[in-house]
Design a protein. Structure first.
Length: 283
């Protein structure tokens, strides 16, 4: 009975999962987290969470596209990955500009042939303070970068994924999109919109085996959040609310990204995976 059930479950999996199975000692072995043969495009991947995701996906077998605004920074990270035995190319892109997003996608396909995994990680937040004082320009910039760029990249990447039989999109959101905040209002709105974007695209493209999910980190030790974790008072107040009593590290987000991109997450779509040391459930 168990053997028959396993056979049914396995036979119903996408071909991408079946392709990772091989015989070993007469038994079926599936490496659920293997990304061999996949191409992963990760925005904002020269530092912090994006860099960790790129490095770990390369270690899992993916060929990765390193992208941020600065070409030299992209090339430095790509070189480090290649020196460690991985495969990476460097393509600079400012996510605020449509033509650069188009170039990023086209050049990624030109150099690596396809995009199997899209990680929309790049984001910005030029305003820290109450919403009542926020200039319109700051609000518009946040929405264009954090929501608009993810939407436009998905428009340019997902149809080709669907045509090849499937793929995975991961949008790096934030717990600011779940909780209210007095000082990160527009940023929180943009991150909540990212979650809605993932749900909508998951419904739209699910029939084509394209999965779209979000990751919502809490406070993580990155340059982007440096002002929060370097301040002793802010740090102490934050970790006091986290059951694990510490902030996150970039690799802890990278592990979740690999899970969602790989066969291990093949039945997950439209979801937001919160990684915050328990902060949101502790109040």
């Amino acid at each position: 009975m168990i053997h028959a059930l396993y056979h049914f479950i396995y036979s119903e999996q996408p071909s991408s999962l079946q392709a990772q199975a091989h015989g070993k000692g007469g038994k079926m072995v599936i490496n659920l987290f293997d990304l061999t043969g996949k191409v992963a495009l990760i925005t904002g991947s020269t530092k912090g969470i994006g860099r960790a995701i790129a490095q770990r996906m390369a270690e899992a077998g993916a060929r990765v596209v390193i992208s941020s605004r600065n070409q030299d920074a992209c090339e430095a990270v790509a070189a480090q990955i290649c020196a460690s035995g991985g495969q990476a190319v460097a393509i600079a892109c400012n996510i605020n500009y449509r033509e650069q997003l188009q170039h990023l996608v086209e050049e990624s396909v030109r150099q690596l042939g396809q995009i199997d995994v899209l990680v929309c990680n790049a984001a910005l937040n030029p305003w820290y303070g109450p919403s009542r004082d926020m200039p319109d320009e700051a609000f518009d910039k946040i929405m264009n970068a954090n929501v608009g760029s993810a939407h436009r990249l998905c428009q340019r990447v997902i149809p080709a994924m669907a045509a090849r039989g499937g793929g995975a999109v991961i949008i790096v959101s934030s717990i600011a999109g779940i909780q209210g905040t007095a000082m990160l209002g527009a940023y929180g709105i943009s991150k909540a919109a990212d979650m809605a974007l993932a749900r909508n695209l998951a419904v739209e493209w699910g029939p084509h085996n394209v999965r779209v999910n979000c990751i919502a980190p809490g406070l993580v030790r990155t340059d982007f959040a440096r002002a929060l974790w370097e301040n002793p008072e802010t740090y102490a107040a934050t970790v006091a609310r986290y059951p694990l009593r510490r902030i996150g590290e970039p690799d802890e987000i990278a592990g979740a990204a690999i899970f969602l991109a790989s066969a291990a997450g093949s039945f997950i779509t439209g979801q937001t995976l919160v990684i915050d040391g328990g902060g949101t459930i502790a109040g």
